[in-house]
Write a protein that binds this ligand. Structure first.
Ligand SMILES: NC(=O)c1ccc[n+]([C@@H]2O[C@H](COP(=O)([O-])OP(=O)(O)OC[C@H]3O[C@@H](n4cnc5c(N)ncnc54)[C@H](OP(=O)(O)O)[C@@H]3O)[C@@H](O)[C@H]2O)c1
Length: 305
């Protein structure tokens, strides 16, 4: 099968190559999925799980990509809950990746059924941002109706999902990003926008929850904006500063069938919109992940029609 591989940790996305690889086999409780659409999160090439297995042994050449939508073609020994021919979407385990390929083996529990009226491209694009936003807001951030949320990078893949889900939950949403992203962030549900290049972040006063997708100095300054009892949720590693009277949580997303189903239901009924910046074929994937101009939103690889 055709697959994108990486072997050089220092090379970043420029080190991606399209090669032939053997098709994966289904282990116990796995399914093999014929991938129709898949996605990739830029940070993946910095995560140790892309390069080593759980015992820290080199696992290159690795096929990156955790996000996928496709059709089940085989079941592993003992696998229940999914069947051959079923449309599915979700995230593969980060120590396996593998979705930037024609076939991938995934633990069945990491996938959910993809309804027939949701395009594979949409399914692949909402899995990572949707689960990350859901877990950050509701599991780690314990967001409640009426609270205020500062969403960094609100026009980006994760941020646009955070802004929408926070609004749906009855929160007041302040988005941030680059000047060019103002309208897009407002369109995704932010009620105010802070241009991080020209506005003063501290002017927003206090918030109950910060969802940080940027980190560094922005994360540090954001910790000071959190009201008593509030939470700083980071998806880019531990924050350098903690809220004075609140919690700081950093986490790595995990796939969850029930949450995927909640997310796709909201996509179907129009409450959630996906944020796709570019769609490319597998043959063009390396170029698509090394763009010459800024792409806002997810790059999705359409592997089959
Ligand atoms: N922990 C986890 O489980 C998890 C899950 C998913 C993603 N992540 C990580 O979270 C981060 C965001 O992912 P994503 O897919 O949402 O990326 P994305 O689509 O690129 O979104 C990030 C947004 O923030 C903006 N931004 C970044 N730095 C900025 C700055 N200094 N000032 C103003 N705007 C800034 C970006 O603009 P530009 O494009 O112009 O920079 C972009 O609009 C990545 O580092 C990713 O690896 C972690």
């Amino acid at each position: 099968m055709k697959a994108i591989v990486v072997t050089d940790r220092a090379a970043g996305t420029a080190g991606m190559t399209l090669v032939e690889r053997p098709e994966p086999q289904a282990a116990i409780n796995d399914v093999v999925v014929r991938v129709h659409a898949s996605g990739f999160t830029s940070g993946e090439l910095t995560w140790p799980s892309t390069w080593t297995d759980r015992l820290d042994r080199d696992r290159t050449p690795s096929i990156p990509g955790q996000e996928l939508a496709g059709v089940v073609t085989a079941l592993g020994y003992g696998t229940t809950g999914l069947s051959v021919g079923q449309r599915v979407f979700g995230l593969s385990d980060s120590y396996r990746g593998g979705t930037l390929a024609e076939y991938v083996a995934v633990e069945a529990r990491n996938l959910a059924p993809l309804p027939g009226d949701v395009d594979f491209t949409v399914g692949a694009s909402v899995a990572m941002p949707g689960l990350t936003a859901w877990q950050g807001l509701f599991v780690h951030g314990r967001l409640r109706e009426g609270q205020s949320v500062l969403v960094h990078g609100a026009a980006g893949a994760v941020g646009s999902m955070v802004a929408q889900l926070a609004r749906l939950a009855g929160a007041y949403v302040i988005g941030t990003g680059r000047a060019a992203d103002r309208q897009k962030a407002l369109d995704f549900g932010a009620q105010e926008f802070i241009d991080l290049e020209n506005d003063v972040l501290e002017d927003i006063g206090g918030v109950d929850l910060v969802f940080d997708v940027i980190g560094g100095d922005i994360g540090k300054r954001s910790a000071r904006l959190i009201r008593a009892g509030g939470t700083l949720v980071s998806i880019v590693g531990p924050s350098e500063a903690r809220p004075r009277d609140g919690l700081a949580v950093d986490f790595v997303v995990e796939s969850d069938r029930a949450q995927l189903s909640e997310i796709v239901q909201r996509v179907r009924d129009g409450r959630l919109r996906t944020n796709i910046g570019n769609i490319a074929a597998l043959d063009d994937a390396v170029a698509a992940f090394n763009p010459t101009k800024r792409i806002s939103g997810k790059t999705i690889i359409r592997i089959r029609p």
